[in-house]
Design a protein around this ligand. Structure first.
Ligand code: CUA
Length: 322
């Protein structure tokens, strides 16, 4: 188990880095206070204890000591307040230099996101005419200040990605803001940080940070995937897959249970089709389904003589199986 909290041992964004010094200042102060108070206590106990022939020494009042242990803690608490407040001012400034605004909605028990319509020439509009929605996983470009505009549909939730620092509640009926920025590419995990009912522990978050040059490519793929998942063609393909011969041989989790052929639940993420066609894309899937024995002589999958329209629909559906 790591000894230090993740934002101290491995801060990955300006917000996390902003509070690390404060952590160490308070930690050091706490250690010094512990040493002085407990050290003094032990020393006084030994020094003035009752011994054979020597009664325990009693004290009543000591102006200098009382002054010190009133003034020093006051100075400490006030300094901590000032330091904390300075950092709060920096952390609460979500607007300066913010390049992108993403909406966040919390509900029992998940986070969902809505990307902006457009970001630096990258369009996030789906075929529904609305910006790309997403759940649980948020994709951002590296070294980019993203302003999160957050609210809740039911109870109070809290957004926190420890390595990136900053933590903010999502409050029903109100909008709260948080700046999110990552220094390096990678994946950062988080979780709802406000107890919000039965599923609180499962209210997970993931921030995926992309290199700036690859962000547009990610967005394009994400929108294509979304559009494909929600297209009429895919829905029709799904029905066809269930009712045609496909279902008898192939398993797709939650849809069909055929055992003769390979399962196709993740076919769109596989390296090849039937070990002979690579990559798994529209063209190759179409080629395969049109005439399996023609591509791989001896394969058990027969040529079903499907028409091109049916094949298109099934291919669109299979491409959503990631
Ligand atoms: Cu949402 Cu805890």
């Amino acid at each position: 188990m790591p000894v230090l909290p993740p934002w101290v041992s491995d801060p990955a964004g300006p917000a996390a880095r902003e509070i690390v010094p404060l952590y160490w200042i308070m930690f050091a102060a706490a250690v010094i206070v512990l040493a002085i108070v407990d050290g003094g206590l032990i020393w006084a106990g030994m020094r003035y204890r009752e011994r054979p022939g020597v009664p325990a020494k009693q004290f009543h009042g000591h102006n200098l000591l009382e002054l010190l242990w009133t003034v020093i803690p006051t100075i400490m608490v006030v300094s901590f307040s000032i330091l904390s407040f300075q950092r709060l001012l920096v952390l609460n400034d979500v607007d300066t230099g913010a390049d992108m605004t993403i909406k966040v909605v919390g509900r029992q028990w998940s986070f969902s996101f809505e990307y902006p319509k457009e970001y630096k020439g990258v369009s996030f509009l789906t075929s529904d005419g609305t910006p790309l929605p997403a759940a649980e996983e948020l994709h951002i470009p590296v070294n980019t200040k993203v302003k999160l505009e957050m609210t809740s549909q039911d109870v109070i939730h809290s957004f926190w990605i420890p390595n990136l620092g900053g933590k903010k509640d999502l409050v029903p009926g109100r909008t709260t803001f948080l700046a999110l920025q990552a220094d390096r590419v990678g994946e950062f995990k988080g979780q709802c940080f406000e107890f919000c009912g039965d599923g609180h522990a499962d209210m997970l978050l993931r921030v995926v940070v992309h290199p700036t040059s690859e962000y547009a490519t990610w967005a394009k793929t994400a929108i294509e995937d979304y559009n494909r998942r929600n297209s009429e063609e895919t829905k029709a393909g799904r029905e066809l897959f269930k009712t045609l011969a496909c279902a008898g041989c192939h398993t797709i989790t939650g849809l069909t249970g055929g055992k003769v052929g390979p399962p196709l639940t993740n076919i769109a993420s596989k390296k090849d089709i039937a070990g002979v066609l690579s990559p798994v894309n529209e063209e190759n899937l179409r080629k395969w389904i049109s005439n399996p024995p023609g591509v791989k002589p001896g394969t058990q999958m027969p040529n079903l003589n499907l028409d091109q329209d049916t094949i298109s629909k099934i291919v669109q559906f299979l491409l959503t199986q990631k």
